[in-house]
Design a protein around this ligand. Structure first.
Ligand SMILES: NC(=O)c1ccc[n+]([C@@H]2O[C@H](COP(=O)([O-])OP(=O)(O)OC[C@H]3O[C@@H](n4cnc5c(N)ncnc54)[C@H](O)[C@@H]3O)[C@@H](O)[C@H]2O)c1
Length: 279
């Protein structure tokens, strides 16, 4: 590797990724495996973790893939994994807070549309915030504290969204033939969580800065994953580049943000949205 590329090298470093069995979590893992890291895949389901591991092992050395069931909304679950990593001699150098509950906006055709603010259930508000926002706080508390304590520092990367920057355009989610008060919407939790993550990023960026811990956020735009043609067309029309992101297009940003390649970047929200937020 040349000098510049060396800064991307995470050989000998360990990265914990939350929600790692999901669509983008696997991509983050592949990206970081690709620059030498040992990755700890964490998620709530054992089967999904096993299948993520299998898929990743086709691209990378299986010895650098570790899996642990971890529920980010439960402090005991996070502490348990932190203890197990300690016993295994793995020092966590990077934390990627990626887990979220991202309910698909489909409309439930029931008596009331529960994604709408007027009807949004308090239980859903609490659950989604517990995973997407409180989960990032708890993981940062456990793993960030450890990074700061031994003086070696580390990196926290929060996965936000382009919707951390602007309001969802609810026209994207409209279903033909439904009255206005039955139209599904992107729920309020999404905006609150993603904007909250950007605030937490700034807080974390300064909190342990003397101990070598820095924090940034990545705000991806929508990834094409077989969504309906109408939706894709409507969303693409809002994006100067005229298309949604491909699944692997965030990999190089994750490599940059988690390695020394970004050693002087701290407290920033990197918005990768094909230019949507500039229009
Ligand atoms: N996919 C996109 O287009 C897109 C765009 C912008 C931002 N994002 C963000 O990227 C991140 C990943 O999104 P994705 O599309 O891969 O979603 P996904 O639903 O495929 O993955 C999320 C993962 O989080 C896990 N999870 C849920 N509850 C958990 C808990 N209590 N503890 C631990 N893990 C839990 C799920 O099991 C799932 O594997 C999310 O933060 C999402 O908001 C995604």
């Amino acid at each position: 590797m040349g000098k510049a590329l060396n800064k991307f090298d995470l050989t000998g470093k360990t990265v914990v990724i939350t929600g790692a069995a999901g669509l983008l979590g696997r991509e983050h893992a592949a990206a970081l495996l690709g620059i030498g890291a040992t990755v700890v895949l964490t998620d709530i389901g054992e089967a999904a973790l096993a299948s993520a591991r299998l898929a990743l092992a086709r691209e990378a050395d299986d010895a650098r893939i570790v899996t642990h069931v971890m529920d980010v909304s439960r402090l005991e679950s996070i502490k348990h994994v932190a203890d197990q990593l300690l016993v295994a001699g793995l020092r966590v150098d990077v934390l990627v807070n990626n887990a979220a509950i991202d309910p698909k906006v489909e409309g439930d055709l029931g008596v009331r549309e529960t994604s709408r603010l007027e009807n949004f259930p308090l239980g859903q508000w609490n659950l989604q915030i517990a995973v997407g926002l409180t989960g990032a706080f708890l993981c940062s508390q456990v793993f960030g504290t450890a990074m700061a304590q031994d003086g070696k520092g580390g990196v926290i990367l929060n996965i936000a969204s382009d919707l951390s920057m602007f309001s969802p355009d609810q026209r994207l989610y409209r279903k033909p033939g439904l009255p206005d008060d039955m139209q599904p919407v992107k729920p309020v939790t999404y905006s609150v969580i993603k904007a909250g993550l950007v605030g937490m990023t700034k807080y974390l960026a300064t909190y342990w800065v003397e101990r070598g811990v820095r924090a940034n956020a990545l705000s991806p735009g929508g990834v094409f994953n077989g969504q309906g043609e109408d939706f894709v067309q409507r969303l693409s029309a809002l994006i100067p580049m005229g298309r949604m992101a491909q699944l692997d297009e965030y990999r190089s940003a994750v490599q940059f943000l988690c390695s020394d390649a970004s050693s002087y970047l701290n407290g920033q929200n990197i918005v990768m949205d094909g230019g949507r937020s500039t229009w």
